[in-house]
Ligand binder design. Structure first.
Ligand SMILES: CC(C)(COP(=O)(O)OP(=O)(O)OC[C@H]1O[C@@H](n2cnc3c(N)ncnc32)[C@H](O)[C@@H]1OP(=O)(O)O)[C@@H](O)C(=O)NCCC(=O)NCCS
Length: 257
């Protein structure tokens, strides 16, 4: 569920006549330069695509589904198809007391990120739609340290069973997105079925009690977690695609265009 918001510089694409075709935020994805939140100006996607393909060979472009589909048809490869959700937080979330028998809820900051590594790796098996190309538990450290998205929020919570972390909800204060659920996962052992959603519900209550008005997240197409979020009252806001454009060398430099 990680979104790189750390790079602030914007880039632009012009056509051969020097007219502005699109603009985007610079970022990176899996070692590739990325054009995040790419927005078209004047031209429809079919006419804008040639200039984008020429300007950004080998880049990952994150954009709306319509433009994404045109870039796929032009030879791009789908990297991720994401759905963005928001949950308004209000008093209906009730009190913040955790009542699950035998399982304790603790602030995530009370345990080291290394306590989450094993279940984080187990929660994303090879066939999972959110499985990273090369899963690296360092990603968990980066969320804890605020390097990926922004500072970890105090209501990030883990569930602990007999001294072992069995579920986690990490929330980061992402400058451009607001409070953002960067990770939700649980031990895949069937005895913990439903625990991820219940812990998330608890964390939402803590966030509401902190006075937060709303919270967001993104989920990959095909991830059954989407059902869990919708049941918990998250509303779909937008969908977008990350498309790897043909050409270029992996690891191109990230010179603003
Ligand atoms: C998301 C997650 C925390 C939800 O935890 P939970 O509330 O305990 O819910 P469950 O895992 O028991 O399952 C949620 C639903 O998805 C379904 N589901 C889970 N894994 C599935 C799979 N591999 N294939 C099909 N359905 C699956 C379950 O049947 C359940 O549906 P139901 O409620 O209609 O029965 C947990 O599924 C998880 O850790 N997933 C892997 C990590 C992940 O994808 N995190 C979210 C990233 S956006």
């Amino acid at each position: 569920m990680t979104t790189d918001e750390s790079v602030r510089t914007r880039g632009t694409v012009f056509d051969r006549d020097g007219s502005l075709v699109a603009d985007y935020r610079l970022g990176n994805r899996s070692g590739r330069p990325a054009a995040l939140d790419l927005r078209l100006h004047r031209l429809p996607a079919e006419l804008a695509a040639p200039a984008i393909l020429t300007a950004l060979p080998g880049w990952v472009v994150s954009t709306g589904e319509e433009t994404g589909a045109v870039l796929l048809a032009a030879g791009g490869r789908l990297f991720r198809h994401l759905h963005q959700y928001t949950r308004d937080l209000g008093p209906e979330l009730g009190d913040t007391v955790w009542t699950e028998a035998g399982i304790e809820a603790r602030p995530a900051a009370a345990v080291p990120p290394s306590a989450l590594y094993d279940i984080w790796l187990a929660a994303y098996p090879p066939d999972h739609p959110d499985r990273a190309e090369h899963p690296n538990p360092q990603d968990v450290d980066d969320l804890y340290d605020g390097r990926t998205l922004g500072p970890l929020c105090g209501f990030s919570t883990v569930a602990v069973d007999e001294g072992r972390v069995v579920a986690a909800v990490l929330v980061n204060d992402a400058e451009s997105l607001g409070p953002w659920i960067s990770e939700v996962f649980r031990d895949p052992d069937p005895r913990y079925a439903g625990l991820g959603g219940r812990l998330l519900r608890h964390a939402l209550g803590l966030a509401a009690a902190d006075g937060l008005p709303s919270i967001g997240l993104a989920v990959t197409e095909g991830n059954p977690a989407r059902k869990v979020y919708e049941r918990l009252g998250f509303r779909h806001r937008a969908s977008f695609m990350q498309v790897v454009l043909p050409g270029g060398e992996r690891g191109d430099t990230m010179t603003p265009k």
